[in-house]
Design a protein around this ligand. Structure first.
Ligand code: HEC
Ligand code: HEC
Length: 318
C-alpha cells in the first residue's frame, strides 16, 4: 500500500459549515495542508498500463488532460470527458476517472441514467445541491453547454456494469490505521500495525492501492471498513422501511437497487458519497423538486441508520 506523497499523519481539518461534533463529518474530507510537494521531474507509471506512458505529477494532475492508463477498457470518450474545455469545464475524468467510478470524495457516475446526470448538473448550477465538496461542480455546471453535458451524460451511462465494481466492504471492530492524504482520500498508514475502532457511526473508506489512487489509476479501487452488524441492520431497514421510520428503497430504486428510469442506482456505490447524500437530504443541503420523493425516506434516519444503509448498499453488486 505504498503512498507517494504523504509523509506523516495530518489531522483532518474541520470543514467550513460542519461542526466538529457532527458524527458524520468524516465523510466530507478536506485535503490536508502542507503535504510535501512531489519531485517535479520524477515520472510515474500505473501498474499494468499498456500505454507505456510515464508521467510527472504535473501531467497526472493536468485538469485539461489527465491520464487514461487503460484506454481500451471503456467506450469512446467525448472530448469534454477526456479533456474538458477551458476555462471552467475541467475534464470529467480528472475526478470521476475514465470509467466514472471516482474517488470517495467525488462520486461514482458510471451507469447512472443520462437524464439524471443532466438534472444533477442543473442542480449544482441552480444551488439546490450544496456541501463543502461541490464547489468544482458548481463552477463547471455554470459554464458547460447543454450539448457538452449531454455527451458526458451519454458516455457515463454507457459504462458497462462489470466496470462499475469498485468497493470491497469489510465488517470489523477495528480498521487498520489510516489517514486523510492527497486529494482528500484516505490511505493506509504504511508499515503501521495499529488499528482504529469502527464505532456504530464510523466507516473508513480507504484506498486499496494508495499509489494507484494518487496516479488516478482506474484500476485502484477502495476498501470500506464498516461496523460489525451494519450490513444486516442496513438490509433490514432498506427492505422493510423500519416500521414507518423510512420507506422501502426498492419501491423507487428497483429490487436490485440498480435504479429504475431516472432514479439512480444506489447499489455498490462509494460509502462516503452515500453518507454525504443522505445527510445532505436530511439537513436540506440537497433539496429541490426531484428530492421530494426522498424527504420522507430520510427525515427520521439517525446517523447510525445512515451508516447501516450505506454499508449494506455498498456491499451489493452494482
Ligand atoms: C474537480 C473534480 C471534479 C471534476 C473535474 C468533475 N466532477 Fe463531478 N463531482 C465532483 C464531486 C466532488 C462530486 C460530489 C459532490 C457531492 O458530494 O455531493 C461530483 C458529483 C457529480 C455528479 C453527481 C452524481 C450523482 O450521483 O448525483 C455528477 C452527475 C457529476 N459530478 C458529473 C460530472 C461531469 C459530467 C463532469 C465533467 C463535465 C464532472 N462531474 C467533473 C467532482 C468533480
Ligand atoms: C418514493 C421514491 C423513493 C424511495 C422510496 C427511495 N428513494 Fe432514494 N431517490 C429517489 C429519487 C427520485 C432520487 C433522485 C433524486 C434526484 O433526481 O435528485 C433518489 C436519490 C437517492 C440517493 C442519491 C443518489 C445519488 O446518486 O446521489 C440516495 C443515496 C438514495 N436515494 C437512497 C435511498 C435509500 C437508502 C432509500 C431507502 C431507505 C431510498 N433512497 C428510497 C426516490 C426514492
Amino acid at each position: 500500500m505504498k503512498k507517494l506523497l504523504l509523509a506523516s499523519v495530518v489531522a483532518l481539518l474541520p470543514a467550513a459549515g460542519f461542526a466538529a461534533e457532527n458524527a458524520l463529518s468524516y465523510a466530507y474530507p478536506v485535503a490536508p495542508q502542507g503535504l510535501p510537494q512531489p519531485d517535479p521531474n520524477q515520472k510515474h507509471q500505473a501498474k499494468g498500463t499498456p500505454t507505456g506512458m510515464q508521467l510527472t505529477f504535473r501531467e497526472i494532475n493536468n485538469q485539461f488532460g489527465p491520464p487514461d492508463w487503460f484506454p481500451n477498457e471503456h467506450p469512446t470518450m467525448p472530448s469534454v470527458v477526456k479533456n474538458g474545455r477551458p476555462s471552467h469545464v475541467r475534464a470529467c475524468m480528472l475526478c470521476h476517472l475514465p470509467h466514472g467510478n471516482g474517488h470517495p470524495e467525488s462520486a461514482s457516475v458510471g451507469g447512472l441514467p443520462a437524464d439524471y446526470i443532466v438534472d444533477q448538473m442543473h442542480a449544482f448550477r441552480d444551488g439546490t445541491r450544496t456541501n463543502n465538496r461541490v464547489a468544482a461542480m458548481v463552477e463547471m455546471a455554470k459554464d458547460i453547454t447543454e450539448a457538452e453535458l449531454k455527451e458526458a451524460a451519454d458516455y457515463f451511462t454507457s459504462i458497462p456494469r462489470d466496470k462499475q465494481r469498485w468497493i470491497k466492504v469489510i465488517e470489523t471492530a477495528n480498521a487498520p490505521e489510516n489517514e486523510v492524504g492527497p486529494g482528500g482520500a484516505r490511505f493506509l498508514v504504511e508499515g503501521s500495525t495499529k488499528t482504529m475502532p469502527v464505532g456504530p457511526t464510523q466507516i473508513y473508506e480507504v484506498a486499496e492501492d494508495g499509489e494507484g489512487v494518487e496516479l488516478r489509476d482506474q484500476h485502484a479501487g477502495f476498501l470500506a471498513f464498516v461496523p460489525v452488524g451494519s450490513i444486516a441492520k442496513g438490509k433490514e431497514l432498506a427492505t422493510t422501511g423500519g416500521n414507518g421510520k423510512s420507506v422501502q428503497c426498492s419501491i423507487c430504486h428497483g429490487s436490485d437497487y440498480r435504479g429504475i428510469g431516472n432514479v439512480p442506482r444506489i447499489a455498490g456505490r462509494a460509502p462516503y458519497y452515500m453518507i454525504r447524500q443522505l445527510a445532505d437530504m436530511r439537513s436540506g443541503a440537497r433539496h429541490g423538486k426531484s428530492m421530494q420523493l426522498m424527504v420522507q425516506v430520510v427525515a427520521n434516519l439517525t446517523d447510525e441508520d445512515i451508516v447501516n444503509l450505506t454499508a449494506y448498499l455498498a456491499s451489493l453488486d452494482p
